[in-house]
Design a protein around this ligand. Structure first.
Ligand code: BT5
Length: 243
């Protein structure tokens, strides 16, 4: 089936018609010592978002996890999430969809900022070296928006069905390029950002920060001007507030 999918990549491609989660499968491969694998599925029955949230993954989407071991210290792993968001935006541009990125990992379209794709990055490693990194991408491609949660949209709804093979190839090529050039990511991310310049509310594990998002810094830190000084956050849920 991987061969039928016909992707060319410096990775082993593992394709499943249906699987609980490509990230979970990639993790099994990682723990078995494998690297440079892309797990793809037509449908996921147990897709996950961050913090174990459910990720709707009906047949027809692009549900994909790349397992690698990029030459990055673990503390720099967030740049991989930003790299993936950039790769998704640039890939969907090739089918005529203009999308933007909400910090850190949501790919959104339209005035009402509907979610077209999300990214879940997982990794293991310590000290100065990543052992393995999994970048999971969920892109709502040829799926009915009715099969998705409120606030989501799909390429089918925006431009009609797309050639998933071509689009997945563009996505993997872009991701590979960006992961190989982490220094290029912030500028590209900034170009596509919907968050910078906006009033935001960011929930981290320990607190809520409200203010204006003024900058993004390596490896993916959001800088927020709160009125009582600048704060930085490296992980959290971000909500765009009305001005
Ligand atoms: C994400 O989480 O956005 C990361 C999603 C990563 C999914 C990929 S698919 C391939 C790989 N295998 C996996 O099992 N996962 C990865 P988060 O930022 O936590 O957003 C989750 C929220 O998005 C949910 O709580 C819903 O509100 C919403 N949501 C769920 N399914 C969606 C969908 N298909 N499209 C848009 N929004 C969705």
């Amino acid at each position: 089936l991987a061969v039928e999918y016909g992707l060319e990549a410096p990775y082993e491609i593992e394709f499943h018609e249906s699987i609980p989660s490509t990230n979970a499968r990639a993790r099994e491969r990682a723990e078995a010592g494998d690297r440079d694998v892309v797990v793809l599925a037509d449908e996921q029955t147990g897709g996950r978002g961050r913090l174990d949230r459910a990720w709707a993954s009906p047949s027809g989407g692009i549900w994909c996890s790349l397992l690698g071991s990029p030459d990055l210290p673990p503390a720099h792993a967030p740049i991989a999430t930003l790299a993936a968001a950039v790769a998704v935006v640039e890939a969907v541009e090739t089918v005529g969809v203009e999308a933007g990125i909400k910090w850190p990992n949501d790919v959104l379209v339209g005035e009402d900022e509907r979610k077209l794709a999300g990214i879940l990055t997982e990794m293991a490693g310590e000290h100065d070296r990543i052992d393995w990194l999994i970048v999971g991408i969920g892109l709502n491609a040829n799926v009915d928006p009715e099969a998705l949660p409120a606030g989501a949209t799909s390429l089918r709804a925006l431009v009609g069905d797309v050639d998933r093979r071509t689009l997945t190839q563009a996505l993997l090529d872009g991701l590979d390029d960006r992961l190989g050039a982490p220094d290029s990511v912030l500028e590209a991310w900034t170009d596509h950002s919907l968050t910078l310049g906006r009033r935001v509310r960011v929930e981290t594990q320990s607190e809520t920060i409200v203010g204006e998002a003024v900058d993004v810094a390596f490896p993916g830190t959001l800088v927020i001007e709160t009125g009582r000084g600048r704060r930085t956050v490296t992980a959290g849920d971000c909500e765009h507030l009305r001005p």
